[in-house]
Design a protein. Structure first.
Length: 297
């Protein structure tokens, strides 16, 4: 990725932010939709230098890579409208494939739409990363709520980006799968799904092969986005992950290449007529990697 120097990036961010505010004002003059007022959530400030270094490019229209995430947002929104999805789980095959960066950029891109809000939940109870990637301090997160120590209003923050709220930070735990599959977690997801009609909720969840967390959590969400890193993912591992996850919930794959933003590929071909479930997955893998190698080349 051709990174812009932090100072220049901040200037571009400020300039484009003014343009965006003018555009949003014009849009709202035409539609009867009002953005939320964040008078309950604690306000935090994103460190732009830190966020840019961590490839959180969707925070500013100055980066061309944001177009990839707009495409991903559009495809997911269209599928969500058809299937009434409101909650999405972003995970990966193995650690280090870019799931957290994908979740952050996707959430920021969703927040740019004028008639909806988005909540980004850091659901990696072993390693809270979202707040660190964005460069703001946080001593409370999802685990504080799940253990009953803090109400939802105390763990949710507003990072100064209109229509975006975040849950990230606080303590971590080793035995996280039990918490991820707990009744309190199920109730939380259901509450977040139904509380606001115009809200999308994105969960950043640990890699499937790193712990049982993703499998324990998958039944609670509407859809799953699987992040795959070019040059790192093995076909045996991906095949194993596709066997483990509920097939009907997999919305598609985000293919990350080192140095570039992710690209999204939805379900592959018209495979619902196949009789053999294993054959269907095999063809999905073959089609995935044909696209995958084409993307790399």
């Amino acid at each position: 990725m051709n990174m812009i120097l932090p100072r220049k990036a901040m200037n571009l961010f400020s300039h484009n932010l003014l343009i965006e505010k003018k555009e949003k004002y014009c849009v709202r003059a035409l539609v009867k939709w009002r953005p939320p007022v964040y008078d309950v959530s604690r306000t935090v400030s994103i460190d732009l230098d830190t966020a840019i270094r961590n490839h959180c490019v969707a925070l500013s229209p100055a980066f061309s890579e944001i177009e990839y995430y707009k495409v991903l947002r559009t495809q997911l929104r269209q599928m969500s409208q058809r299937k009434q999805w409101k909650t999405a789980m972003v995970t990966s095959v193995s650690p280090g494939e870019g799931k957290t960066v994908t979740a952050i950029n996707l959430a920021a891109t969703f927040a740019r739409e004028y008639n909806q809000t988005v909540l980004l939940v850091d659901a990696d109870l072993r390693r809270q990363s979202v707040y660190r990637y964005l460069g703001y301090p946080s001593d409370k997160g999802l685990l504080n709520y799940l253990t009953g120590e803090s109400p939802l209003t105390e763990i949710m923050v507003w990072p100064g980006i209109e229509k975006l709220t975040i849950i990230s930070g606080g303590p971590m735990v080793v035995d996280s799968a039990e918490m991820m599959g707990s009744p309190r977690m199920a109730q939380l997801v259901d509450d977040l799904r139904t509380r606001y009609e115009d809200r999308h909720v994105i969960f950043d969840v640990p890699a499937v092969l790193s712990a049982a967390d993703a499998l324990a959590f998958a039944p609670f969400v509407d859809c799953i986005i699987l992040v795959v890193c070019a040059g790192r993912a093995r076909i045996q591992d991906l095949e194993q992950v596709l066997e483990m996850l509920p097939e009907e919930k997999i919305a598609g794959f985000v293919l990350n290449q080192s140095g570039e933003a992710g690209r999204f590929y939805g379900p592959y071909g018209d495979l619902h007529h196949a009789d053999d479930r294993r054959k269907r997955k095999r063809w999905r893998l073959l089609d995935l990697f044909s696209r995958f190698h084409s993307f790399k080349g």
